[in-house]
Design a protein around this ligand. Structure first.
Ligand SMILES: Cc1cc2nc3c(=O)[nH]c(=O)nc-3n(C[C@H](O)[C@H](O)[C@H](O)COP(=O)(O)O)c2cc1C
Length: 382
Protein backbone atom coordinates (compact mmCIF):
# COMPACT_ATOMS: atom_id res chain seq x y z
CA UNK A 1 0.00 0.00 0.00
CA UNK A 2 1.22 3.49 -0.84
CA UNK A 3 0.60 6.44 1.45
CA UNK A 4 1.23 10.19 1.56
CA UNK A 5 0.26 13.13 3.77
CA UNK A 6 -2.80 15.24 3.09
CA UNK A 7 -2.14 18.36 1.01
CA UNK A 8 -2.74 20.97 3.71
CA UNK A 9 -2.17 20.54 7.41
CA UNK A 10 -1.54 22.97 10.24
CA UNK A 11 -0.98 21.82 13.79
CA UNK A 12 -1.88 24.09 16.68
CA UNK A 13 -0.41 23.64 20.16
CA UNK A 14 -3.67 24.50 21.94
CA UNK A 15 -3.46 25.53 25.55
CA UNK A 16 -6.12 24.95 28.13
CA UNK A 17 -5.96 26.50 31.55
CA UNK A 18 -7.25 24.56 34.52
CA UNK A 19 -7.39 25.01 38.26
CA UNK A 20 -5.77 22.50 40.58
CA UNK A 21 -8.12 22.73 43.59
CA UNK A 22 -5.81 20.94 46.03
CA UNK A 23 -2.99 23.42 45.31
CA UNK A 24 -5.48 26.26 45.64
CA UNK A 25 -6.58 25.08 49.08
CA UNK A 26 -2.91 24.59 50.06
CA UNK A 27 -2.36 28.28 49.21
CA UNK A 28 -0.10 27.49 46.23
CA UNK A 29 -0.28 28.61 42.65
CA UNK A 30 -3.22 26.67 41.31
CA UNK A 31 -3.35 27.58 37.63
CA UNK A 32 -2.10 24.85 35.31
CA UNK A 33 -1.77 24.81 31.54
CA UNK A 34 -2.21 21.74 29.37
CA UNK A 35 -1.15 21.73 25.74
CA UNK A 36 -2.77 19.45 23.17
CA UNK A 37 -1.80 19.10 19.51
CA UNK A 38 -4.77 19.95 17.30
CA UNK A 39 -4.46 19.05 13.63
CA UNK A 40 -6.33 21.39 11.29
CA UNK A 41 -6.68 19.78 7.89
CA UNK A 42 -9.16 21.62 5.66
CA UNK A 43 -10.08 18.58 3.57
CA UNK A 44 -11.53 17.05 6.77
CA UNK A 45 -13.24 20.20 8.04
CA UNK A 46 -13.11 18.99 11.65
CA UNK A 47 -10.35 19.25 14.21
CA UNK A 48 -8.36 16.15 15.15
CA UNK A 49 -6.35 15.81 18.33
CA UNK A 50 -3.07 13.99 17.79
CA UNK A 51 -0.23 12.79 20.00
CA UNK A 52 3.43 13.82 19.83
CA UNK A 53 4.33 10.53 18.13
CA UNK A 54 1.76 11.23 15.41
CA UNK A 55 3.02 14.79 15.01
CA UNK A 56 6.55 13.46 14.63
CA UNK A 57 5.48 10.92 11.99
CA UNK A 58 3.56 13.55 9.97
CA UNK A 59 6.71 15.63 9.73
CA UNK A 60 8.53 12.74 8.03
CA UNK A 61 5.99 11.86 5.32
CA UNK A 62 5.75 13.65 1.99
CA UNK A 63 2.57 15.35 0.86
CA UNK A 64 3.60 14.90 -2.77
CA UNK A 65 5.36 11.56 -3.15
CA UNK A 66 3.58 8.29 -2.51
CA UNK A 67 5.66 6.05 -0.24
CA UNK A 68 5.44 2.42 0.80
CA UNK A 69 3.41 2.11 4.02
CA UNK A 70 5.85 -0.47 5.40
CA UNK A 71 8.77 1.95 5.05
CA UNK A 72 6.87 4.66 6.96
CA UNK A 73 5.89 2.14 9.64
CA UNK A 74 9.54 1.34 10.15
CA UNK A 75 10.36 5.01 10.73
CA UNK A 76 7.57 5.54 13.28
CA UNK A 77 5.31 2.59 14.13
CA UNK A 78 2.49 0.57 12.58
CA UNK A 79 0.05 1.86 15.24
CA UNK A 80 0.88 5.51 14.57
CA UNK A 81 0.50 5.11 10.80
CA UNK A 82 -2.81 3.24 11.27
CA UNK A 83 -4.16 6.03 13.51
CA UNK A 84 -3.13 8.75 11.03
CA UNK A 85 -4.78 6.85 8.18
CA UNK A 86 -7.95 6.48 10.26
CA UNK A 87 -7.95 10.22 10.99
CA UNK A 88 -7.54 11.01 7.27
CA UNK A 89 -4.31 12.95 7.89
CA UNK A 90 -2.49 10.29 5.89
CA UNK A 91 -4.01 9.03 2.68
CA UNK A 92 -3.63 5.69 1.00
CA UNK A 93 -4.11 4.31 -2.50
CA UNK A 94 -6.32 1.52 -1.12
CA UNK A 95 -10.07 1.20 -1.89
CA UNK A 96 -10.90 1.84 1.81
CA UNK A 97 -9.03 5.14 1.63
CA UNK A 98 -10.95 6.34 -1.44
CA UNK A 99 -13.33 8.76 0.32
CA UNK A 100 -10.57 10.63 2.20
CA UNK A 101 -8.32 10.61 -0.85
CA UNK A 102 -11.11 12.14 -2.90
CA UNK A 103 -11.63 15.02 -0.42
CA UNK A 104 -7.90 15.70 -0.52
CA UNK A 105 -7.95 15.62 -4.35
CA UNK A 106 -10.79 18.17 -4.37
CA UNK A 107 -8.73 20.48 -2.17
CA UNK A 108 -5.64 20.06 -4.36
CA UNK A 109 -7.60 20.67 -7.57
CA UNK A 110 -8.94 24.07 -6.43
CA UNK A 111 -5.48 25.70 -5.98
CA UNK A 112 -6.24 26.99 -2.47
CA UNK A 113 -3.59 28.90 -0.55
CA UNK A 114 -3.03 26.56 2.44
CA UNK A 115 -3.65 29.19 5.17
CA UNK A 116 -6.73 30.48 3.35
CA UNK A 117 -8.22 27.00 3.01
CA UNK A 118 -7.69 26.47 6.72
CA UNK A 119 -9.17 29.84 7.69
CA UNK A 120 -12.17 29.17 5.47
CA UNK A 121 -12.92 25.62 6.54
CA UNK A 122 -12.50 26.32 10.25
CA UNK A 123 -14.51 29.53 10.43
CA UNK A 124 -17.77 28.02 9.19
CA UNK A 125 -20.77 27.67 11.46
CA UNK A 126 -23.20 24.78 11.48
CA UNK A 127 -26.38 24.83 13.53
CA UNK A 128 -25.37 28.00 15.36
CA UNK A 129 -28.53 29.05 17.19
CA UNK A 130 -29.49 31.01 20.23
CA UNK A 131 -29.83 27.82 22.30
CA UNK A 132 -26.35 26.72 21.08
CA UNK A 133 -24.58 29.89 22.19
CA UNK A 134 -25.46 32.48 19.52
CA UNK A 135 -25.50 35.83 21.30
CA UNK A 136 -26.62 39.30 20.33
CA UNK A 137 -25.09 41.58 22.96
CA UNK A 138 -26.34 45.17 22.97
CA UNK A 139 -23.92 48.12 22.94
CA UNK A 140 -24.79 48.68 26.62
CA UNK A 141 -23.81 45.11 27.50
CA UNK A 142 -20.61 45.35 25.46
CA UNK A 143 -19.56 48.56 27.18
CA UNK A 144 -20.30 46.96 30.53
CA UNK A 145 -18.06 43.98 29.69
CA UNK A 146 -15.26 45.63 27.70
CA UNK A 147 -15.43 49.31 28.56
CA UNK A 148 -15.98 51.93 25.86
CA UNK A 149 -14.89 51.01 22.32
CA UNK A 150 -12.01 52.83 20.58
CA UNK A 151 -13.07 56.27 19.32
CA UNK A 152 -15.03 56.28 16.04
CA UNK A 153 -12.59 58.66 14.32
CA UNK A 154 -8.90 59.34 14.85
CA UNK A 155 -6.41 62.04 13.95
CA UNK A 156 -3.07 61.28 12.33
CA UNK A 157 -0.47 64.03 12.43
CA UNK A 158 -0.96 67.49 13.88
CA UNK A 159 -4.52 68.83 13.61
CA UNK A 160 -3.14 72.20 12.54
CA UNK A 161 -1.70 70.67 9.35
CA UNK A 162 -5.00 69.13 8.28
CA UNK A 163 -6.24 70.36 4.92
CA UNK A 164 -9.92 71.21 5.30
CA UNK A 165 -11.92 70.11 2.24
CA UNK A 166 -14.91 71.79 0.58
CA UNK A 167 -18.38 70.58 1.58
CA UNK A 168 -19.60 68.20 -1.16
CA UNK A 169 -22.37 69.49 -3.38
CA UNK A 170 -25.58 67.45 -3.52
CA UNK A 171 -25.44 65.18 -6.56
CA UNK A 172 -27.27 62.35 -8.27
CA UNK A 173 -26.16 59.41 -6.14
CA UNK A 174 -26.92 61.18 -2.87
CA UNK A 175 -30.59 60.40 -2.78
CA UNK A 176 -29.95 56.67 -2.81
CA UNK A 177 -26.83 56.78 -0.63
CA UNK A 178 -28.52 58.75 2.12
CA UNK A 179 -31.63 56.59 2.14
CA UNK A 180 -29.72 53.31 2.38
CA UNK A 181 -29.87 51.57 5.73
CA UNK A 182 -29.81 48.05 7.09
CA UNK A 183 -33.42 46.99 7.59
CA UNK A 184 -34.27 44.97 10.68
CA UNK A 185 -38.05 45.43 10.73
CA UNK A 186 -39.44 43.77 7.62
CA UNK A 187 -43.14 43.47 6.88
CA UNK A 188 -43.94 39.80 7.60
CA UNK A 189 -46.65 39.52 4.95
CA UNK A 190 -45.65 41.91 2.14
CA UNK A 191 -44.58 40.29 -1.10
CA UNK A 192 -41.78 41.41 -3.39
CA UNK A 193 -43.00 42.33 -6.89
CA UNK A 194 -41.41 40.14 -9.56
CA UNK A 195 -40.23 43.17 -11.56
CA UNK A 196 -38.40 44.52 -8.47
CA UNK A 197 -36.77 41.16 -7.76
CA UNK A 198 -35.79 40.78 -11.42
CA UNK A 199 -34.19 44.25 -11.64
CA UNK A 200 -32.36 43.71 -8.37
CA UNK A 201 -30.95 40.35 -9.42
CA UNK A 202 -30.03 41.48 -12.93
CA UNK A 203 -28.30 44.68 -11.90
CA UNK A 204 -26.58 43.26 -8.80
CA UNK A 205 -25.60 39.81 -10.07
CA UNK A 206 -26.44 39.68 -13.78
CA UNK A 207 -24.16 39.96 -16.76
CA UNK A 208 -24.21 43.13 -18.82
CA UNK A 209 -22.06 41.59 -21.52
CA UNK A 210 -19.54 38.89 -22.23
CA UNK A 211 -16.01 39.25 -23.55
CA UNK A 212 -13.50 36.64 -24.75
CA UNK A 213 -10.18 37.81 -23.28
CA UNK A 214 -8.20 34.92 -24.83
CA UNK A 215 -9.28 31.76 -26.65
CA UNK A 216 -11.91 30.07 -24.43
CA UNK A 217 -11.37 32.59 -21.62
CA UNK A 218 -14.64 34.44 -21.11
CA UNK A 219 -15.43 37.14 -18.58
CA UNK A 220 -18.71 38.82 -17.77
CA UNK A 221 -19.16 42.54 -17.34
CA UNK A 222 -21.12 43.25 -14.16
CA UNK A 223 -22.01 46.45 -12.34
CA UNK A 224 -19.69 45.81 -9.36
CA UNK A 225 -15.92 45.39 -9.50
CA UNK A 226 -14.40 41.92 -9.18
CA UNK A 227 -10.80 40.77 -8.74
CA UNK A 228 -9.32 39.85 -12.11
CA UNK A 229 -12.71 40.51 -13.71
CA UNK A 230 -13.56 36.90 -12.90
CA UNK A 231 -16.83 37.38 -10.97
CA UNK A 232 -16.68 34.09 -9.06
CA UNK A 233 -19.62 34.89 -6.76
CA UNK A 234 -22.82 32.99 -7.44
CA UNK A 235 -26.20 34.21 -6.19
CA UNK A 236 -28.58 31.64 -4.69
CA UNK A 237 -32.07 32.92 -3.96
CA UNK A 238 -34.31 31.88 -1.09
CA UNK A 239 -37.72 33.06 -2.24
CA UNK A 240 -40.24 33.32 0.58
CA UNK A 241 -42.75 35.75 -0.91
CA UNK A 242 -41.66 36.82 -4.39
CA UNK A 243 -44.62 37.33 -6.68
CA UNK A 244 -44.79 34.67 -9.40
CA UNK A 245 -41.99 32.60 -7.85
CA UNK A 246 -42.87 29.45 -5.91
CA UNK A 247 -41.29 29.40 -2.43
CA UNK A 248 -37.95 27.63 -2.41
CA UNK A 249 -34.29 27.78 -3.32
CA UNK A 250 -33.02 28.86 -6.71
CA UNK A 251 -29.75 29.58 -8.49
CA UNK A 252 -29.70 32.86 -10.39
CA UNK A 253 -28.14 32.44 -13.83
CA UNK A 254 -26.32 35.73 -14.58
CA UNK A 255 -26.34 35.37 -18.37
CA UNK A 256 -29.75 33.82 -18.97
CA UNK A 257 -31.26 36.08 -16.27
CA UNK A 258 -33.23 33.13 -14.97
CA UNK A 259 -33.98 31.49 -11.65
CA UNK A 260 -33.05 27.82 -11.77
CA UNK A 261 -35.17 25.86 -9.26
CA UNK A 262 -33.12 23.82 -6.79
CA UNK A 263 -35.44 22.92 -3.91
CA UNK A 264 -39.20 23.45 -3.76
CA UNK A 265 -40.48 24.28 -0.27
CA UNK A 266 -43.59 25.35 1.54
CA UNK A 267 -43.61 28.66 3.41
CA UNK A 268 -43.01 27.01 6.79
CA UNK A 269 -39.87 25.42 5.37
CA UNK A 270 -38.60 28.64 3.79
CA UNK A 271 -39.13 30.50 7.09
CA UNK A 272 -37.31 27.78 9.01
CA UNK A 273 -34.41 27.79 6.51
CA UNK A 274 -34.25 31.60 6.53
CA UNK A 275 -33.92 31.56 10.32
CA UNK A 276 -31.28 28.83 10.19
CA UNK A 277 -29.30 30.59 7.44
CA UNK A 278 -28.91 33.78 9.47
CA UNK A 279 -28.20 31.96 12.74
CA UNK A 280 -31.40 32.96 14.53
CA UNK A 281 -31.25 36.68 13.69
CA UNK A 282 -35.03 36.83 13.67
CA UNK A 283 -35.05 40.49 12.55
CA UNK A 284 -34.00 39.37 9.05
CA UNK A 285 -36.29 36.41 8.64
CA UNK A 286 -39.34 38.27 7.31
CA UNK A 287 -37.42 39.55 4.27
CA UNK A 288 -39.36 38.07 1.32
CA UNK A 289 -36.15 37.43 -0.65
CA UNK A 290 -32.74 36.45 0.59
CA UNK A 291 -29.65 35.91 -1.53
CA UNK A 292 -26.74 33.69 -0.55
CA UNK A 293 -23.41 34.91 -1.93
CA UNK A 294 -21.15 31.91 -2.56
CA UNK A 295 -17.82 32.17 -4.41
CA UNK A 296 -16.84 29.48 -6.88
CA UNK A 297 -13.26 29.53 -5.65
CA UNK A 298 -11.78 27.74 -8.65
CA UNK A 299 -12.91 30.56 -10.95
CA UNK A 300 -10.77 33.05 -8.98
CA UNK A 301 -7.99 30.59 -8.08
CA UNK A 302 -7.63 29.66 -11.78
CA UNK A 303 -5.74 32.94 -12.11
CA UNK A 304 -4.74 33.56 -8.49
CA UNK A 305 -3.57 30.04 -7.73
CA UNK A 306 -2.10 29.40 -4.32
CA UNK A 307 -2.08 33.19 -4.06
CA UNK A 308 -1.67 35.19 -0.85
CA UNK A 309 -4.37 37.72 -1.81
CA UNK A 310 -6.98 35.50 -3.43
CA UNK A 311 -9.05 34.76 -0.31
CA UNK A 312 -9.28 38.46 0.56
CA UNK A 313 -10.36 39.18 -2.99
CA UNK A 314 -13.27 36.74 -2.65
CA UNK A 315 -14.46 38.46 0.52
CA UNK A 316 -14.10 41.90 -1.05
CA UNK A 317 -16.01 40.80 -4.15
CA UNK A 318 -18.97 39.75 -2.00
CA UNK A 319 -18.81 43.08 -0.15
CA UNK A 320 -19.09 45.01 -3.39
CA UNK A 321 -22.01 42.91 -4.55
CA UNK A 322 -23.86 43.42 -1.30
CA UNK A 323 -23.45 47.20 -1.50
CA UNK A 324 -24.80 47.23 -5.05
CA UNK A 325 -27.69 45.07 -3.81
CA UNK A 326 -28.37 47.55 -0.97
CA UNK A 327 -28.39 50.52 -3.35
CA UNK A 328 -30.74 48.84 -5.81
CA UNK A 329 -33.11 47.89 -2.99
CA UNK A 330 -32.95 51.45 -1.67
CA UNK A 331 -33.76 52.81 -5.12
CA UNK A 332 -36.84 50.55 -5.09
CA UNK A 333 -37.84 52.00 -1.71
CA UNK A 334 -36.85 48.86 0.21
CA UNK A 335 -34.49 48.35 3.12
CA UNK A 336 -31.87 45.64 2.65
CA UNK A 337 -29.38 43.77 4.81
CA UNK A 338 -26.16 41.80 4.61
CA UNK A 339 -24.84 39.45 7.26
CA UNK A 340 -21.72 37.37 7.66
CA UNK A 341 -23.18 35.70 10.77
CA UNK A 342 -24.50 32.77 8.79
CA UNK A 343 -24.64 29.02 9.20
CA UNK A 344 -22.50 28.12 6.21
CA UNK A 345 -22.73 24.38 6.87
CA UNK A 346 -26.55 24.42 6.82
CA UNK A 347 -26.57 26.59 3.69
CA UNK A 348 -24.12 24.27 1.93
CA UNK A 349 -26.33 21.30 2.85
CA UNK A 350 -29.50 23.00 1.62
CA UNK A 351 -27.89 24.00 -1.67
CA UNK A 352 -25.77 20.87 -2.14
CA UNK A 353 -22.49 22.84 -2.16
CA UNK A 354 -19.03 21.50 -1.36
CA UNK A 355 -17.28 24.07 0.89
CA UNK A 356 -13.90 23.27 -0.68
CA UNK A 357 -15.30 24.44 -4.03
CA UNK A 358 -18.08 26.88 -3.17
CA UNK A 359 -17.40 29.31 -0.37
CA UNK A 360 -20.49 30.75 1.27
CA UNK A 361 -19.49 34.29 2.26
CA UNK A 362 -22.63 36.18 3.24
CA UNK A 363 -26.40 36.39 2.99
CA UNK A 364 -28.24 39.50 1.94
CA UNK A 365 -31.92 40.21 1.59
CA UNK A 366 -34.52 42.91 1.20
CA UNK A 367 -38.22 43.64 1.46
CA UNK A 368 -40.76 46.22 2.48
CA UNK A 369 -40.36 47.78 5.93
CA UNK A 370 -43.08 47.01 8.44
CA UNK A 371 -43.22 50.53 9.88
CA UNK A 372 -42.22 49.23 13.32
CA UNK A 373 -38.86 50.14 14.85
CA UNK A 374 -38.62 47.22 17.28
CA UNK A 375 -35.06 46.32 16.29
CA UNK A 376 -32.43 49.01 15.99
CA UNK A 377 -31.80 50.57 12.58
CA UNK A 378 -29.40 53.34 11.56
CA UNK A 379 -31.46 55.51 9.29
CA UNK A 380 -30.00 58.82 8.25
CA UNK A 381 -31.88 61.47 10.18
CA UNK A 382 -30.46 64.95 9.48
C1 LIG B 1 -19.82 42.37 6.61
C2 LIG B 1 -21.05 42.83 7.32
C3 LIG B 1 -21.66 41.97 8.22
C4 LIG B 1 -22.82 42.38 8.87
N1 LIG B 1 -23.42 41.49 9.72
C5 LIG B 1 -24.56 41.84 10.33
C6 LIG B 1 -25.23 40.95 11.21
O1 LIG B 1 -24.77 39.83 11.41
N2 LIG B 1 -26.37 41.34 11.78
C7 LIG B 1 -26.91 42.57 11.58
O2 LIG B 1 -27.97 42.86 12.14
N3 LIG B 1 -26.30 43.47 10.76
C8 LIG B 1 -25.15 43.12 10.13
N4 LIG B 1 -24.53 44.01 9.29
C9 LIG B 1 -25.11 45.36 9.08
C10 LIG B 1 -24.40 46.37 9.96
O3 LIG B 1 -24.72 46.16 11.31
C11 LIG B 1 -24.80 47.77 9.50
O4 LIG B 1 -24.27 48.00 8.22
C12 LIG B 1 -24.27 48.83 10.46
O5 LIG B 1 -24.91 48.74 11.70
C13 LIG B 1 -24.48 50.25 9.90
O6 LIG B 1 -25.86 50.48 9.65
P1 LIG B 1 -26.39 50.88 8.20
O7 LIG B 1 -26.08 49.76 7.26
O8 LIG B 1 -27.88 51.04 8.38
O9 LIG B 1 -25.72 52.14 7.80
C14 LIG B 1 -23.38 43.66 8.62
C15 LIG B 1 -22.75 44.51 7.72
C16 LIG B 1 -21.59 44.10 7.06
C17 LIG B 1 -20.96 45.02 6.06
Amino acid sequence: MLIRRCAVLFVEPREELDIDWSSLFAGESALGATVRWIALAPHLGNEVEIGSDELQALGCISLTLWQERAACEQKSSAEVIARLLAHGLLLSDSPEGAAMRERDEVLRSQHWRPLSATAHMFSRWGDMRVDKGMQFPSFEELVESYGAPPQPAIERGAAIDALMLPVPARAGLDETLFKRYTGRNFDPVATLPLATAARLLQRAFGSQGEREMAPDAFVLKKLSPSAGGLHPTEAYVLAQRVQGVAPGLYHYHPVRHALEPLVAMDTTQTAELAMRMVADQDWFVDAPMMVVLAARVERNFWKYRNHAKAYRALLLDAGHLSQTFYLLATEAGLPAFVTAAVNEVDIERALGLDPLKDMVVAVCGCGAASGARDTVEMRYEP
